[in-house]
Design a protein around this ligand. Structure first.
Ligand SMILES: Nc1ncnc2c1ncn2[C@@H]1O[C@H](COP(=O)(O)OP(=O)(O)OP(=O)(O)O)[C@@H](O)[C@H]1O
Ligand SMILES: [Mg+2]
Length: 472
């Protein structure tokens, strides 16, 4: 069963790249490699030379390597597949994929949540007898076959976690920039250093007690644990567990417990205790690491953050131009000379580039030049919806400043802003810092002066917004 899933995974890759399914010789090579058998056995079965099998295999490894962005060959194929956790729930009808060790198995979907919970956290050893962590990744996104290069970011994060032993890392960045994706791809690279890896989303804003209970139960491997009533005592209990087990805990969508319509970074009413949890995780000694993915960093964490401390902030920006070009090429867009303009406008945001790429294909047969010739640029409903979610979170002051900054075509300095508009200087400073932390404005240095400008897509959205609603 496991091998059949691997076969399907590789077949998808080969079909995507060549338009053809695996032939029987290629399948035999994969099966032999999976079972640790020699090519000569395949050659015998298929009445061909070992050299021919070697050539077919070598082409196959190259295809898989290109797709997975890592060197795959006979000796690491099985380990790599186990890491990639072949998973595509939709392919398996009534069956649900859960993880056993590092590979997904099909199980009946009718278990109770508790059964599911324990079955998603299994520990095992791999072929080399390296201990693998218990994984609970049921809230995590799947690893997709196509992953555009983020090696610089991955190296930094790996160093922070393994070498510098960071305890709390906030990954901040606008929606679609790739926070969840990059952390999902980081896990296989560092997992052997941990006893537990747990991924939870705060999308539904669970109270801190629910999150604490859940984490403690998973790390203790118990389903119904009697917890102390007070949050502080629950946090202490979690700390004990984190000291005894090396855990990597990812909390995704943290902006959902932060308040909107105020200056950013404060907790929603009733969620302030998350602040205590994060502070203790960051300040007290333990061997575990929390990663928080958020549109904006919680303010109280910022005061603990430093480049040489155990609490750090990683502001994730877009794909580099080179990588984004690769993405546009893959999506078969035309007019390469115009790609830089498109990439700059969409800030190298992989999700936005994907959305606009689809629109350009549908409306202009892939011609980027034609799309760019229509000004003002068209923002699709999907993109407008994402930008609207960010805009609605802003405080009134932030909205006002963004609207005013978006009016002129040029970047402006703090003194020009103070001269022109009715902000007090503390108000202006606080608001600029807040907008910068959310990645909504850019800072440019010109002749020793710092100037501010709204990021292009957002500026465009705001102009549309002003034309419909008037200036706030
Ligand atoms: N490096 C990448 N290679 C390929 N696809 C990517 C990459 N980064 C992101 N994507 C794709 O872009 C989309 C958005 O990525 P992701 O969900 O990671 O963003 P996010 O920053 O977590 O957004 P949100 O804040 O809304 O949760 C996904 O479809 C993802 O597959
Ligand atoms: Mg995300």
């Amino acid at each position: 069963m496991i091998f059949n899933e691997v076969l399907k995974f590789v077949d998808d890759i080969v079909f995507d790249r060549t338009g053809k399914h695996l032939d029987s010789l290629q399948k035999a090579i994969l099966r032999a490699t999976w079972q640790g058998e020699k090519y000569s056995k395949v050659a015998q079965e298929y009445h061909c030379t070992k050299c021919h099998v070697g050539n077919v295999a070598s082409n196959l490894w190259q295809l898989i390597s290109k797709e997975l962005n890592e060197k795959i060959h006979k000796s690491n194929f099985r380990a790599a597949m186990e890491r990639y956790q072949v998973s595509n729930v939709s392919n398996y009808g009534n069956f649900n994929l859960v993880q056993k060790g590092n590979i997904n198995l099909c199980t009946d979907n009718t278990h109770s949540p508790e059964t599911k919970q324990t079955s998603t956290t299994t520990q095992t050893t791999n072929e080399n007898n390296t201990r693998l962590p218990k994984l609970d990744l049921r809230d995590a996104p799947d690893i997709k076959k196509t992953f555009y290069d983020r090696s610089t970011e991955l190296t930094t994060l790996k160093t922070w976690i393994l070498k510098h032993r960071c305890r709390l890392i906030t990954i901040s960045g606008i929606s679609g920039i790739g926070k969840s994706t990059i952390i999902r791809h980081l896990i296989p690279k560092i997992e052997s250093n941990f006893d537990h890896i747990i991924w939870r989303t705060l999308r539904t804003s669970p109270p801190v007690n629910v999150t604490l209970k859940n984490l403690i139960e998973i790390i203790s491997n118990e389903t119904e644990i009697n917890l102390p009533n007070k949050t502080d005592a629950q946090i202490s209990l979690l700390m004990e567990k984190l000291q005894g087990n090396r855990c990597l805990i990812v909390l995704d969508d943290v902006q959902q417990i932060l308040s909107s319509r105020q200056l950013i970074g404060n907790y929603k009413l009733g969620y302030e205790n998350y602040g205590n949890l994060f502070k203790i995780i960051g300040e007290l000694p333990h061997n575990s690491c929390f990663i928080l993915n958020s549109w904006e960093p919680p303010l109280d964490i910022l005061s603990l953050t430093d480049n040489d401390s155990a609490v750090r902030l990683f502001q994730l920006t877009g794909l580099t131009e080179k990588v984004a070009r690769g993405m546009l090429k893959n999506r078969e867009l035309l007019d390469e000379e115009k790609w830089q303009e498109l990439i700059n406008f969409y800030q190298g945001n992989p999700q936005w580039l994907k959305l606009i790429g689809e629109t350009i294909k549908k409306l202009f047969g892939g011609s980027v030049a034609q799309y760019l010739s229509y000004q003002p640029l068209f923002l699709s409903d999907e993109l407008t919806n994402i930008l609207q979610q960010h805009f609605q979170r802003l405080s009134e002051l932030e909205k006002q400043l963004l609207c005013q900054l978006s009016e002129g075509a040029k970047s402006v300095s703090v003194s020009q802003l103070l001269e022109k508009y009715q902000f007090s200087s503390p108000e202006l400073f606080q608001t600029l810092l807040s907008l910068e932390r959310q990645g909504l404005i850019d800072k440019i240095t010109e002749e020793n002066m710092i100037l501010f400008i709204v990021k292009p897509v957002f500026r465009h959205y705001i102009k549309n917004y002003i034309s419909h609603h008037g200036n706030t």
